[in-house]
Write a protein that binds this ligand. Structure first.
Ligand SMILES: Nc1ncnc2c1ncn2[C@@H]1O[C@H](COP(=O)(O)OP(=O)(O)O)[C@@H](O)[C@H]1O
Ligand SMILES: [Mg+2]
Length: 235
């Protein structure tokens, strides 16, 4: 698995509450997101044009949505134009962070029910737009594997410097693998005392099989006292 060696890994500590946004975090938590941002910037220096980043994990509840939403906010603070897309069409969560409704969203556009402009929402954060998941469809993989989705990504790439995508877990469904084909890189989220080595190994195997470029890990929910913000390498 040549592509998955020497992966960069960054830690994030336990957060004080559910669906928390960066503005309600303390300085160390904000600093952790800035560290993740720096790490991602370094790993994407070769990518020209819009940088499209997929966030996934092996199973559910590892912190994908929490990490991707707050990382997108952290990147938008650099004045970059950022778009967040909730591609978890099965268990959409992104709208909760912004206290909004998920509908109309991505699935509605992919089904031809809404135009693109009507599903792109502004947030309270300057430079950050979001596309929520929309109504839960019966066929998420087919929608994400479609030409319409591919063309939508091409169109959006003209308008944004970064696109952050939240996807379902790799060991449960194939949605993330399908989306990874359209992305510059994939970040895996793992949760302390929850994600097993076996899960990570299986998830990496799937990404390798799909030829996804794995940029690294965010190790989430690390108890604060053990959490030193440092880079290390997993081999
Ligand atoms: N670092 C953390 N500290 C405390 N709670 C967290 C942390 N990361 C995630 N959570 C909580 O765990 C649950 C699952 O997180 P979520 O981001 O929805 O995971 P996923 O998208 O992988 O299913 C949510 O209730 C979320 O608020
Ligand atoms: Mg999620």
């Amino acid at each position: 698995m040549a592509k998955t060696k020497n992966l960069n890994s960054v830690t994030l500590s336990r957060l004080p509450r559910k669906d928390i946004l960066l503005k309600d975090m303390d300085a160390t938590e904000v600093e952790a997101f800035k560290t993740i941002r720096t790490s991602i910037f370094f790993s994407l220096v070769q990518v020209e044009g819009c940088k499209k980043l997929l966030f996934t994990s092996s199973v559910s509840k590892e912190g994908k949505s929490t990490v991707v939403v707050n990382l997108a906010i952290t990147v938008s603070m650099t004045n970059a134009k950022v778009l967040l897309i909730d591609c978890d069409l099965r268990k959409p969560r992104m709208h909760r962070f912004f206290k909004d409704k998920s509908i109309p969203g991505l699935s509605n556009y992919l089904l031809g029910e809404n135009d693109l402009d009507s599903i792109i929402k502004k947030t309270e954060i300057p430079n950050l737009h979001v596309i929520y998941a929309g109504a839960i469809p019966p066929n998420p993989v087919e929608l994400l594997d479609s030409k319409v989705f591919q063309e939508m990504m091409d169109t959006l790439s003209q308008s944004y410097e970064y696109i952050f995508i939240d996807c379902p877990p790799l060991l449960e469904v194939t949605d993330a693998l399908v989306v990874s084909k359209l992305c510059s890189g994939t970040v895996l989220v793992a949760r302390q005392k929850y994600t097993t080595h076996r899960f990570i190994h299986q998830a990496l195997k799937k990404l390798d099989f799909a030829n996804a470029k794995v940029l690294g890990f965010v190790l989430n929910d690390v108890p604060k006292k053990k959490n030193k913000y440092y880079y290390r390498y997993i081999t």
